[in-house]
Design a protein around this ligand. Sequence first.
Ligand SMILES: C[S@@+](CC[C@H](N)C(=O)[O-])C[C@H]1O[C@@H](n2cnc3c(N)ncnc32)[C@H](O)[C@@H]1O
Length: 180
Amino acid sequence: MDAVAGVVTSAFLLSNGIRRDTEVDLLLLADPRRILRVRLDGAGLKFLNPDERSTAALLKNALAKFWARPDSQAEVGPGIEVTLTDRDRELRAFASLPGACWLVEDGNASLPRGDGGTTVILSDPYEPSPEERSFLESLGLPKVSLGPHSLHAAHCVVLVHNQLDRAAPAGAPAPSGSPG
Ligand SMILES: C[S@@+](CC[C@H](N)C(=O)[O-])C[C@H]1O[C@@H](n2cnc3c(N)ncnc32)[C@H](O)[C@@H]1O
């Protein structure tokens, strides 16, 4: 949960605001067959602080609220939706989004920067299993490296934002709104 909270904090928090143009989908194993997709949408997100323990608490509360009345899909807080779903379906949906790519240490593609945005897939502190890797390979995503070292997932997120921020056209609106 620490690593996941770090990713969420890095994905959304600016010094004085939240990146309202960012979305994060966490795919968490629910049982051997299904996953929980926790979708965090910066446009509506509230109660996110730089303290990662509070981010972990926000996520744990969202999951507890979902399991208290498990439904296939539920809005469990401002900007947070939990869906019980299927891993392969979710990964195929990601792969079809504009600017989709897979972050891997030995990738050789450039980070996509289309008008429709950029979608990156990365794993948690555990490398994908051989089966997960072969499924991801089958999606044919461009593989993007952020450097020669194996980085923490949260640091990957910061580097991706940095590349995209620096490539944004001059005069583009800032991605932030006030902290929620
Ligand atoms: C934290 S790393 C994997 C665990 C790592 N072996 C460790 O010891 O912490 C998690 C994910 O971040 C992404 N990642 C890490 N370093 C990267 C790099 N240099 N370029 C692109 N993606 C990277 C990959 O998606 C990787 O599977």
